[in-house]
Design a protein around this ligand. Structure first.
Ligand code: MBD
Ligand code: FE
Length: 250
């Protein structure tokens, strides 16, 4: 049971917390208030949200630093397995009257040496035009705006979807209360989630953002990376966004 790494991490967590308590001379009243808030965080079901907003980015920076290739970004709390497998022509599952601007999202998956990676598996999920994710908000059909598909044999794909709204962390819950305490806004820039799994390459869990989004510079979850921003181009009745992904060989 005594795994050295687990022991050292858990001990470190205790040490840093104890240090903080003494350094800030936290009062008994403050301590009791924190206990209540922490209990609420658990009861509310927001622990995955809280963790991913404040800590996941640091795990990624530690793991990937400045390795070459498209930068990973947050998996976030809203991925669920079992999404439907899509066939050409690719359309992310959506309601007949799905709100929002139609987006044709195009990608090209390559290895970092520039060679195309054909027949690559991609999972994609996103919020709708109200900033809500299916399975995490009432009244949205199962697997809405979630799907998996393969690129063509040149590593290319085009999928029809809608432009998601920026995501706002629920402000009434314990995570929202915490954000108020640290004087932070609750917003993430609009984003698409992708998991790109090409043979012989490190699986890329990432997100795609849109140039000009008002929250790019101050994403509350710090998930934005330069290589993940695409410029949207408006055409007649829809919008087009394109991005290249460069994957690292294993
Ligand atoms: C999200 O939609 C998200 O992607 C992350 C990382 C955190 C909170 C909400
Ligand atoms: Fe998200």
């Amino acid at each position: 049971m005594a795994n050295e790494r687990v022991v050292s991490i858990f001990e470190g967590l205790l040490e840093k917390t104890k240090e903080l308590i003494e350094e800030k001379q936290i009062t008994h009243e403050e301590y009791r208030e924190f206990c209540l808030w922490f209990d609420q965080l658990g009861r509310s079901g927001e622990i995955p949200l809280f963790m991913d907003v404040f800590f996941e980015t640091h795990v990624l920076r530690g793991m990937y630093g400045d390795l070459p290739g498209t930068e990973p970004s947050l998996l976030g709390p809203y991925y669920i397995e079992g999404e439907p497998e899509l066939q050409e022509p690719l359309t992310l599952p959506q309601r007949p009257d799905e709100k929002g601007e139609v987006l044709f999202f195009t990608g090209h998956v390559k290895s970092i040496d520039g060679s195309s990676l054909g027949n690559t598996d991609i999972c994609m999920w996103q919020a709708d035009a109200d900033g809500e994710y299916s399975h995490f908000a009432d009244g949205i059909p199962e697997y809405n705006l979630r799907g998996r598909f393969k690129t063509d044999d040149q590593g290319r794909f085009t999928i029809k979807t809608v432009i998601p709204a920026p995501y706002q962390i629920p402000t009434g819950g314990p995570t929202g209360i915490f954000l108020k305490h640290i004087d932070s806004h609750p917003n993430r820039p609009a984003h698409l989630h992708l998991i790109i799994d090409a043979e012989g390459h490190d699986k890329l869990i990432t997100q795609v953002f849109f140039e000009g989004d008002p929250w790019l510079e101050t994403d509350v979850a710090d998930g934005v990376r330069d290589s993940l921003i695409t410029k949207l181009e408006k055409q007649d009745d829809h919008t087009v966004g394109t991005i290249e992904f460069a994957l690292r060989p294993l």
